[in-house]
Design a protein around this ligand. Structure first.
Ligand SMILES: NC(=O)c1ccc[n+]([C@@H]2O[C@H](COP(=O)([O-])OP(=O)(O)OC[C@H]3O[C@@H](n4cnc5c(N)ncnc54)[C@H](O)[C@@H]3O)[C@@H](O)[C@H]2O)c1
Length: 270
């Protein structure tokens, strides 16, 4: 198994994309620290990791708190001896127009989605650097490359920050044998989207996906596995779109329909 003997920490792993990543890593042979703020669901996800024959440590910590992150890393190394893989997945979203975002909401979204990635990466680097090996994968979003359709300005800004942070860390850590990459999920069927997605917007964005369906959490987990694979050993600093091609055809629905289904052929070559 590709990740046999490796230790991974996945944040926000109690449900959705994070849980799918934790189970995919366990399926590939890794022991997993299952982080979340929801204790009950983290414990349940840890049971599912153990069902795959791997060790699991459920750990409740808010990734936006440096002290809690440091304690989690200490526990991970105490129980499992080392850390090979960090997947920064924990994230929150909110649907709002910019003028309606309170200062507290702005700070919370930036704190969890961006500062949390930094704090977990900083703690992991301290463990990985002396061993001169390690992988960090950050779950950003296609929102970080364009805009969030379901979320808001703070979410877009945080995810753009995650992509920039990924680049910077990859540059700093390459000489130490540590690869750092990001995945940018497009619309993925999870509770997050069910909570904040406007049903009308959801329906029309679905029609913009060339592969014809929204992603499953498993689609995102497989992309993470691909980046962690030895076949990606020379890949670092990228932000991989896992969006069914959605960003390729970024245009409004009327333009899209005309382009896809327009009957009149226009020959530009005379
Ligand atoms: N679902 C999508 O369409 C989509 C698209 C692009 C990017 N993403 C990103 O993927 C990641 C996972 O999203 P999801 O759709 O699975 O969401 P989700 O809400 O289903 O799961 C997120 C998990 O993170 C946990 N969490 C929240 N705040 C936390 C904190 N401060 N510390 C630790 N854990 C915390 C939650 O308890 C939850 O278990 C997020 O970073 C999200 O921004 C999702």
């Amino acid at each position: 198994m590709e990740l046999e003997g490796q230790v991974a920490l996945v944040t926000g792993a109690a449900q959705g994309i994070g849980e799918a990543i934790a189970l995919a890593l366990a399926g590939a042979g890794a022991d997993v620290v299952v982080n979340d703020v929801n204790e009950e669901r983290a414990k349940a996800a840890a049971v599912r990791v153990r069902d795959l024959g791997r060790r699991a440590l459920p750990w409740v910590a808010d990734v936006s708190r440096g002290d809690a992150v440091a304690a989690m890393m200490t526990a991970a190394v105490r129980d499992f001896g080392h850390l090979d893989i960090l997947v920064n997945n924990a994230g929150i979203g909110q649907r709002s127009m910019a003028e309606d975002i309170s200062e507290a909401d702005w700070r919370r979204v930036i704190d969890v989605n961006l500062t949390g990635v930094f704090l977990c990466a900083r703690a992991a680097i301290q463990v990985m650097k002396p061993r001169r090996r390690g992988h960090i994968v950050n779950v950003a979003s296609i929102a970080g490359k364009r805009i969030s359709i379901h979320g808001a300005a703070h979410y877009t800004a945080a995810k753009a920050g995650v992509i920039a942070l990924t680049r910077h860390l990859a540059y700093e850590l390459g000489p130490y044998g540590i690869r750092v990459n990001a995945v940018c999920p497009g619309e993925t069927a999870t509770a997050l989207i069910e909570r904040i997605g406007d049903p009308a917007v959801l329906e029309s964005t679905r029609r913009l996906i060339p592969l014809g369906r929204v992603a499953t959490p498993q689609d995102q987990a497989d992309a993470v596995l691909m980046l962690l694979s030895d076949r990606a050993r020379y890949v670092t600093g990228i932000a991989l779109d896992v969006d069914g091609g959605m960003l390729l055809g970024w245009m409004d629905n009327d333009m899209y329909e005309q382009h896809r289904h327009g009957s009149a052929r226009v020959d530009a070559t005379g």
